[in-house]
Every structure is written in C-alpha cells, then in structure tokens.
Design a protein around this ligand. Structure first.
Ligand code: TXA
Ligand code: MG
Length: 305
C-alpha cells in the first residue's frame, strides 16, 4: 500500500503504543532488532502479511520469520525437538532463528510460512521489538525492512531511504548492534542443518554446513501442490478445481484485488489439493505489484517435478 508520508519516531513508550495500534489494525511497521531492522506485521492477519510483501516489492513469497517474546510462546507455534530446545536455551533471546515443524491450528497465516509445514521462529533480544511484542500480544512476522534486492537496514534512515512512502511508521532505536541477519538453523528431521550463516558460531554446525547452505528463498522444500496446475484459465475443464480471481469466482475465490489475493493464495492451494478434483486451474491474475509474486509462485507450482 502506498502511504504518502512515512514517519520516524523514537522507540519509547509512546512510540511503541502508536506502533502497536497500527500493527493491530493490520499495518506493517519498521522496528529495530539486534540484527537488522525488521518490517513487522501481525502474523495471524493474512492481509497484514500481504502488505509486508507489497511494501518490500518482493518478487516471490519467501517464508517469513515469526518473532515471539519467549520460549513457551514459540512452543505453541512450532514443535521443538531436543536439539532445537538446546539451541533455544543457549541463544534465545538472540540472533537465532529455528526452522521447525509448524503446529496445526496455531492461527499463523499460511502466507507467513508460504504454505510450508515448517515455521521459522525467533525470540529477539532488542528491547524495542520485545516491547512491541508485549504491547501487541501477537506473534510478529518480520523480514528485513528493505525493498527487495537492496541490503538490510541497520538504521532508521536506511529504512526510510528504502521504504519511505510505502509504510506508515518507522520506530527509531538507534543502530542495530549485530548488523547482520540471524543465524538460521533447521531442526525438521534428524539432526540440525545450517540454512543461513549469521552472528552465531554454533559448535559442530559451521563445519558440516560449509559450502552447502541452502540459499534463503531457494529451498527445495518450497510448497507446491501435488496435482497438475494450469495458469491463466478462463474456461476450466470439468475435472479442474478453479481458483478464481476478480469476475471469475471459481471454487476458491482469491478476491478482486491483489493484497487480498496474496493473503488467500496458499489457503486456496491447500483447498484445491484437498478437493476430489484431480487437477487445478487458476484464473488470470494481473502481473503487476503483488500479482507478479503470485504468478511467480503459481508458475513454480505448475512446473512438473
Ligand atoms: O535477523 C533476522 O533474521 C531479520 C530480523 C528482522 O529478525 N529477519 C530476516 O528476515 O532476515 P528475511 O525475511 O530477510 O529472511 C528470512 C529467511 C527466508 O528467506 C527463509 O530463507 C528463512 O528465513 N525462513 C523463514 N521461515 C522458513 C521456513 N519455514 N523454512 C525455511 N526457511 C525459512
Ligand atoms: Mg532480507
């Protein structure tokens, strides 16, 4: 959403209160963390999460990290095995993100995890985002607060340069101490895997992950339905489950504008997967703004594996 004016305010009590109100109203707000500034939204509100992608101009839906206040909240959203629990005990609050199996029915919007069965969880240490978590009482989905393709911001002014006019508010908490994004470790099967290097040197992981780190956003585990999928369909065949857009309603309707469509995309794909129709068809979706990210994800889902 274009916001004509982006304000920067101190991350003090009144700043946190204002930011909390915006977030609870479904708006994204930039907030300092100890790694880099994040663009935070209510992780339980799909439209709010869609606005984060829209503001960043991300060409694709990468899963977002969900920030929570403490370990016990994390365990309500994901299943931490013993190894994950040990890392959490050692490094939370701090620059560690754990990718773990997501818990069903936790209320996290499917767009946050990009339809995957896993969730990235982090308990941040910075007082500003901790205060915001406390004030909103919601899990916050937050990618780095920069437009797609530019480097991560470590000061409020960096965020303004990158996202000015695209978000309503930036909380200023001074420079980020760490300056690089969190270390990401997956604990989804047996053993731990390093997905992204970061500020932490974790014993045993740096060596085994060397050179073989899965690039963020390029994960083989990207969600795709198991049924064949056809794009740009105006007239579906009888054996096709139609995902509709605009005038064309279909059996699951994405809505008539792009933020709403992004918010519903993965839910509709999951409905299509669960239906008794053997094939999926998707109505034409405009290829600009968030529509480009939607079409990118659908094109990948349509590629036979
Ligand atoms: O330090 C940080 O991690 C910052 C601050 C704001 O917390 N956030 C950040 O987010 O760097 P972002 O969106 O720029 O990077 C998130 C990356 C994704 O690209 C993806 O690789 C990984 O986290 N990720 C998140 N959830 C995942 C999941 N369920 N499975 C695999 N990877 C995941
Ligand atoms: Mg980033």
């Amino acid at each position: 959403m274009a916001t004509p004016f982006t304000r920067i305010i101190e991350a003090d009590d009144s700043g946190i209160a204002e930011a909390s109100e915006l977030i609870c109203a479904g708006q994204p707000v930039a907030v300092p963390t100890e790694t880099v500034y994040g663009l935070a939204a209510d992780a339980t509100n799909a439209a709010a999460v869609a606005r984060v992608y829209d503001a960043k101009g991300r060409p694709a839906f990468n899963p977002l990290i969900v920030h929570v206040s403490d370990y016990s909240t994390a365990t309500m959203l994901g299943d931490l095995n013993d190894e994950a629990r040990n890392l959490a005990a050692q490094y939370w609050p701090g620059p560690l993100t754990l990718v773990v199996p997501a818990k069903a029915g936790s209320g996290i919007a499917s767009l946050v995890t990009a339809g995957l069965g896993t969730i990235g969880l982090r308990v941040p240490a910075h007082p500003a985002i901790r205060a915001l978590l406390k004030a909103t009482r919601r899990p916050l989905a937050a990618p780095s607060a920069n437009s797609s393709g530019s480097i991560s911001p470590t000061r409020a002014e960096h965020v303004l340069k990158s996202l000015g006019g695209r978000i309503p508010l930036i909380l200023d908490g001074g420079p980020s101490q760490r300056g690089i994004e969190s270390t990401i470790v997956a604990a989804t099967g047996g053993g731990l895997r390093l997905l992204r290097r970061g500020p932490l040197e974790i014993d045993g992981l740096a060596a085994s992950g060397g050179g073989q780190i899965e690039a963020p956003g390029m994960l083989a585990s990207h969600y795709a339905p198991s049924k064949p999928l056809r794009l740009d369909v105006s007239e579906p065949n009888a054996d096709e489950f139609l995902i509709g857009y605009g005038e064309r309603r279909g059996e699951c309707w994405l809505g008539a504008e792009l933020v709403a469509a992004a918010a519903k995309l993965f839910d509709c794909l999951h409905h299509a997967e669960a239906s008794d129709k053997p094939r999926i068809a998707v109505a034409p979706i405009p290829d600009h703004g968030l529509g480009a990210a939607i079409n990118d994800r659908l094109a990948r889902a349509a590629t036979p594996r």
